[in-house]
Design a protein around this ligand. Sequence first.
Ligand code: FMN
Length: 206
Amino acid sequence: MKVLIINGSPHPKGNTKLALDEMVKIFDQEGIESEIVHVGNKDVRGCIACMSCKTKLDHCVFDDIVNETAKKFEECDGLVVGTPVYYGSANSTLISFLTRLFYSTSFDKTMKVGASAVIARRGGISATYDELNKFFAISGMPIASSQYWNSIHGREQGEVLQDEEGLQTMRVLARNMSFLMKCIHDGKEKYGLPEKEEFHRTNFIR
Ligand SMILES: Cc1cc2nc3c(=O)[nH]c(=O)nc-3n(C[C@H](O)[C@H](O)[C@H](O)COP(=O)(O)O)c2cc1C
């Protein structure tokens, strides 16, 4: 079983990485393989709605870290997305990445477990948490939760290590996520994935 972890911070050794490392410790204990992909320090442009991914390519027209990560996303059982809060939102580089990753890939994401981890000095955590969870919820991905909304506080590099409750929240999240992934793995063998219906897009007017 494998978890793909996206670090949306531009600092590969910053607070977001430290929070994600706290989760990795638990994944190791649970026998779940994990890999961190650093996205926040990359040059990732936004979606231009060219629709090439839908009409001819089945991947993004911009051949960068999005397409590199798509294969890893397809193969993983769970996806963790971590971000620092910037102006009450996730890092915009991460949002460009997630928008293109989720939109350009057609493989079935149903029952891959999603979890978000949000890092901030002080404010904007809940809004950012909601923002990230929306990518999972529109994709048939169950969302793992913790003892609190998945957040941890710190400003300068390393300060999150002083947030005892935040660290515990990350550990509990990883434990709950591991449990969910194992249950879904067994459930898939026993029951298979839920039946799919053809998607009816009505755009509200027709
Ligand atoms: C451009 C920018 C905007 C920020 N906006 C917020 C904010 O809205 N709320 C907050 O609590 N912290 C804000 N911060 C602080 C970061 O979220 C915080 O320092 C975080 O620990 C950085 O994580 P990192 O070390 O992984 O990059 C901001 C930082 C930057 C650089």
